[in-house]
Design a protein around this ligand. Sequence first.
Ligand code: KIV
Ligand code: NA
Length: 269
Amino acid sequence: LRRLTVPAIRARKQDGVTAEPIVMLTAYTARQAQLLDAHCDVLLVGDSLGQVIYGLPSTIPVTLEMMANHAAAVVRGSYHSVVVVDMPFGSYEQSPQQAFESATYLLKASNAAAVKLEGGAAMAETVAFLNQRGIPVMGHVGLTPQAVNVLGGYMARGRSDAEAQKIVDDSRALDEAGAFAIVVEGVVETIAIAATKAVSCPTIGIGGSAQCDGQVLVTEDMLGMFERVPRFVKRYENIADVIEAAVTRYADEVRTRTFPGPDQTYQPK
Ligand code: KIV
Ligand code: NA
């Protein structure tokens, strides 16, 4: 099981056709990466770790250091999937040079293969700048959580004609700038399909369409570990209930002095 490469992911879509959709999930820790790796093509160290791991109110406060540490753990815990790291808010928007400095820090610290950044046409120059200097970039359009203070919330995008057109135009600009894939998040399905048809690189949907060239979810969301989830999340399991039941039994056994039992205690020879 050799590690996949960025060009292999990009090449999943040939002349507008993707025979095998790209499977992507978020991972933040080494053990989580170990469990997901063989089933995925891409592991995303998402800045969603701000809410999911750190209990922050949004992704805005997430730092480069947080991303670098979790990315390094995910690379150590995987050997098959391409590992992509989110550029956190404030680390890339100012200029292509700032983005290059931040991206090199992330990739040197972690050995991840690529970065992801939010934004469309406004980020095209930066995407080309990084790509031409050895850093593959995944784009992210539609509902871009780092722009929550501009968008006013996490509602679906592309409901007006102007907004729908902008999402398609942004996707095209990223594609032309050399993005190897584009996450299309939280958009009306017809727009996800239009964006997918408009670009040569694969689109990866989350709250998009089954017709995107791949799908991504936040792992904790699809496993039922995180309490508040958007409508587009399908819960494949309810791990919170499993943990609740196990911890309830543990607490009972500690309080009744039935744990540890004979199997968990050492006796003299
Ligand atoms: O941070 C994240 O988890 C993401 C995915 C939801 C695409 O950006
Ligand atoms: Na993100």
